[in-house]
Design a protein around this ligand. Structure first.
Ligand SMILES: Nc1ncnc2c1ncn2[C@@H]1O[C@H](COP(=O)(O)OP(=O)(O)OP(=O)(O)O)[C@@H](O)[C@H]1O
Length: 595
């Protein structure tokens, strides 16, 4: 024998309140939704029927209950038995069980949400010329149906739902709360909703909802200010007909963290679904905040998020294209504005460009980079200088920018966050891009050697200078280069920097590791940092002609110290001691007199 499932309503209500709905406040939404659906159903056959929902919280009814009146289609006695008494039964599905897209409801559980805040629900309903039917449901699962006696017949078609609040749920029934919730969920509904005398609907979305309608930018800017508290950088109208979607993307005027998405405001058939929808736009569009209304996207059963299906995926792509289109138009028609946009969002755009080719192209073409030949985009730099030569750290750039420029060597400062990664990724999206990391020691190959006769004459000086710096592991060379004002450059190739680090680690390591590191050091090329003295600099020339070996030593040490400081190189203990002794030595020489 077939049997029918028994349902324990208390268990179901507990399930709804603790696991489905985020808050009991959704009861206001579900009541408005049923009222609007009933009006929609009535107006399908009776287009001029009144369309009004009136809500009276306990402070206005005066009898402790909340009442919602609608001018909708109402229910017959048979429908009351079938629809109100069966969990999961809905009049809003077609014969095949699919939700009918003119209605907001679809699951047949919405009314149950009222039990989150009420012990008892009463429905008084009249369909067409049928008698008025009274239905009363209790949170423990009992219900009663009766045809109203003659004295209680409803004069008008429609339904009144009455909630008897649970004792601990009073806060959800305060007039101010109900008004606020009616506004929050239902302000865009196509049917007028009133809480007492206060109209909570605004007559529809402030963005264009029909093709060809103009965008009222000032109105949208006002709307954004209300919503986000700021004037948007720009407003992008959105439309995806397949999803019955219209809306607007506000381009945010201040930087946002792409990883911490605030979410979008989504309405389904003009009823608020959520203020925090995730995944409506592709990740790269983090700088846009959307407000949309969609007729065809599906909610999850809690009606607090979008259901992830093929239509949502296609919608996300279409919306992404529209935001991308805005960026492209901006680049084409208003590069100055695009520049302003990037000034605000460059960190986020760059963070995404590390993975997203489209964003990388945007940065390449539009983001102004610091170079030693002025501010240029990477694309402009390549056009003018061919190879994209870059310094990978701020210190390296500062150290070498002026000297490189004097050698006609253009260099990009890729020392800021993400810049090196982005430059190194460029050849993967465009094979024609050539990149080259500037190796400090490459510069010496560009410096002129001094005249052989001068070189010969410099030998004794060089020997003395080398003696002064030998213990610091530095090699002294003399070259002629610009700028003339620069007396000396301290250049460390990357392998020399590696050797330095190795030596420091070797000193701190124990026997076993020491041996391993020694072997590594032996395999590394004997590459030493160089102090490159500039023979074009008048002071250096004078130093090279000094006869006094002690003064030569002091001068070379001072030039070494100054070059270290200028290039922002790390100062080791030995360097600090040397800086100190050379300074005091020179001072001693400079200040005449006896003790
Ligand atoms: N105010 C109303 N006027 C007319 N019929 C109503 C009213 N409220 C509820 N009903 C009927 O009761 C049924 C069940 O309502 P309920 O809110 O539980 O589910 P639903 O609206 O169909 O779907 P959902 O769970 O998605 O809200 C509805 O399908 C509708 O036929």
């Amino acid at each position: 024998m077939d049997r029918t499932f028994q349902v324990d309503l208390r268990g179901v209500v507990d399930l709804l309140s603790h696991h489905l709905y985020g808050s009991p406040r959704v009861y206001v939404r579900e009541l408005m939704q049923n009222a609007v659906d009933a009006i929609t159903a009535r107006r399908a056959g009776e287009p001029d029927a009144p369309a009004l929902v009136r809500i009276f919280p306990p402070e206005l009814t005066g009898d402790g209950t909340l009442r919602v009146h609608d001018t909708g289609i109402g229910l017959t006695e048979a429908q009351v038995h079938e629809l109100l008494a069966t969990i999961g039964r809905s009049s809003k599905r077609d014969e095949l069980g699919f939700s009918r897209h003119e209605f907001l409801g679809q699951f047949g559980i919405g009314l149950l949400s009222c039990f989150l805040v009420a012990d008892e629900i009463r429905v008084v309903t009249r369909h067409a010329d049928e008698p008025t039917v009274l239905w009363t449901g209790y949170a423990d699962g009992r219900y009663a149906v009766e045809v109203a006696p003659a004295a209680q017949q409803r004069p008008e078609i429609g339904t009144t739902v009455t909630l008897v609040p649970r004792r601990d749920a009073d806060q959800w029934f305060a007039t101010a709360t109900v008004t606020e919730l009616a506004r929050l969920y239902g302000s865009l509904l196509p049917v007028t909703v009133r809480v007492g005398d206060t109209v909570t609907t605004t007559g529809g979305p402030p963005w264009p909802t029909a093709p060809g309608t103009g965008v009222d930018r000032p109105a949208l800017a006002r709307y954004a200010r209300q919503l986000l508290g700021v004037d948007p950088f720009d407003v992008v109208p959105l439309s995806v007909p397949e999803a019955g979607l219209t809306g607007v993307a506000f381009i945010l005027p201040t930087p946002v963290n792409p990883a911490a998405r605030a979410g979008h405001r989504v309405y389904l058939k003009r009823m608020l679904l959520t203020e925090h929808a995730d995944g409506l736009l592709p990740d790269w569009a983090f700088f846009a905040h959307c407000v949309i209304d969609a007729g065809e996207l599906r909610p999850t059963a809690s009606r607090e998020a979008l259901y992830e299906d093929a239509l949502l995926t296609a919608t996300r792509e279409a919306l992404g294209e529209q935001v991308r289109g805005w960026l492209v138009r901006l680049a084409r028609h208003d590069p100055r504005r695009l520049g302003e946009f990037l000034q605000v969002h460059h960190l986020g755009v760059k963070a995404l460009a590390v993975h997203d080719d489209e964003m990388l192209r945007l940065v390449d073409r539009w983001w102004p980079m610091e170079t030693n030949v002025g501010t240029l985009t990477l694309a402009e730099f390549r056009q003018r200088h061919g190879v994209l030569r870059y310094a990978a750290s701020l210190d390296e750039f500062r150290q070498l920018a002026a000297v490189a420029a004097a050698q006609d060597l253009a260099v990009v400062n890729a020392g800021y966050t993400y810049d090196t990664e982005l430059i190194e990724r460029l050849p993967t999206v465009d094979r024609s891009v050539l990149i080259e990391r500037l190796e400090p020691s490459d510069l010496t190959t560009r410096f002129d050697a001094v005249d052989p006769a001068v070189e010969l004459a410099l030998r004794p000086f060089l020997a003395a200078a080398q003696r002064a710096l030998e213990r610091l592991g530095c090699e002294v060379v003399v070259r002629a280069y610009d700028p003339v004002s620069l007396p000396a450059l301290y250049l460390v190739s990357r392998s020399a920097a590696f050797n330095d680090q190795l030596a420091a680690t070797r000193d701190a390591a124990d026997e076993l590791w020491g041996g391993v590191l020694d072997a590594l050091a032996a395999s590394a090329p004997p590459d030493r940092p160089q102090l490159v003295l500039n023979h074009r600099n008048p002071l250096v020339r004078r130093v090279t002609t000094l006869d006094d070996p002690e003064l030569v030593g002091l001068a070379v040490e001072a030039l070494y110290g100054q070059a270290l400081l200028l290039g922002h190189h790390p100062i080791r203990a030995a360097d600090a001691a040397l800086l100190n002794s050379s300074f005091l030595g020179l001072l001693g020489r400079a200040v005449p007199g006896r003790e």
